[in-house]
Ligand binder design. Structure first.
Ligand code: SAH
Length: 281
């Protein structure tokens, strides 16, 4: 048997796609719990934030007004999240089956508790959800947050580092921040490169980077041109060339960029020598 095959925790079968399948399905192990929400619009806003980030399981503990037109309006198409939302009577019920509950709070509480920042929270949630555990992210009431008793039911607390003089986010905005961190951690777990990494990987594709000998020819050309236009005094070069080497050296210049640079130098020389050049006006 091939060593990289193992039984998928979700499909319960041994298949070569198990790892991919697990990664794709782990978001389903995460539930967002909203406690005693008073404004149905916030429930809709939270559903939209969740769906944007790939989360789908919403649990509502005694919402004041749900289902509601405002919830549907603010969900802006995340109706499936609302339709599948579970309405329960207590936080205890909302947490059934969970092995990790993370409570959120807009302010410091008197009881010291293990704290995570939103990024650490995303990483922890993805790690444990990926191991097949059920996770709950618990959010409080608009006006009063979670009670100390409710927070003490949670293993960790998360505070979104906001302005200390105005620390309380809108409930749906808080759901958005944590769902986003979960998504980022989930993308990282798949090894999905960031935009910068993709860009760098593209410009660093083998054979595309200018070679050291090409760079040397460029530096020679650059030095000659700078002398010709009077920018570099060969008697007093100071540290101009080493500085320029350092600048270009950290730029990962590729072949097409190199020909642009060489072209600029050639045209500069022509202008400096009064020879015919590209722009004649
Ligand atoms: N007046 C309440 C704030 C409630 S805001 C209080 O002082 O606690 C509604 C919910 O949004 C909070 O219970 C929490 O779940 C979430 N929330 C808002 N701001 C947050 C922050 N800075 N960090 C973490 N959660 C936050």
């Amino acid at each position: 048997m091939l060593s990289w095959r193992y039984v998928c925790r979700f499909c319960k079968i041994d298949c070569p796609f198990s790892r991919i399948c697990e990664l794709y399905t782990l978001l389903q192990n995460i539930r967002v719990v909203l406690v005693n929400t008073s404004h149905p619009g916030n429930i809709g806003g939270a559903a939209r934030a969740m769906k944007n980030m790939g989360l789908s399981r919403l649990v509502l503990v005694q919402p004041l007004d749900f289902p509601a037109v405002d919830a549907t309006a603010r969900a802006s198409g995340a109706d499936d999240v609302l339709d599948n939302a579970l309405v329960v009577d207590s936080l205890e019920e909302a947490l059934v089956g969970c092995s990790l509950a993370i409570g959120t709070s807009a302010r410091d509480r008197s009881i010291p508790w293990p704290l995570l920042d939103p990024r650490e929270c995303g990483a922890k949630v993805v790690e444990q959800a990926g191991a097949g555990e059920e996770i709950a992210l618990v959010f409080g009431r608009e006006h009063a947050g979670l009670t100390n008793e409710e927070l003490q039911r949670c293993h960790f607390h998360v505070h979104i580092p906001s302005n200390p003089d105005f620390s309380s986010l809108n409930l749906a905005a808080a759901v958005q921040v944590l769902s986003y961190e979960v998504r980022m951690a989930w993308l990282a777990a798949q090894g999905t490169p960031t935009k910068v990494e993709k860009f760098e990987a593209n410009s660093l594709r083998s054979g595309e980077l200018a070679t050291m000998d090409e760079m040397e020819l460029f530096y020679e050309h650059l030095e000659k041109t700078l002398v010709e236009i009077g920018f570099l005094d060969p008697e007093k070069p100071k540290h101009l060339m080493p500085r320029l080497r350092r600048l270009y050296g950290r730029s990962s210049v590729n072949r097409s960029e190199m020909s642009i640079l060489r072209g600029i130098l050639t045209e500069t020389q022509k202008v400096a020598r009064g020879e015919p050049h590209k722009r004649k006006d």
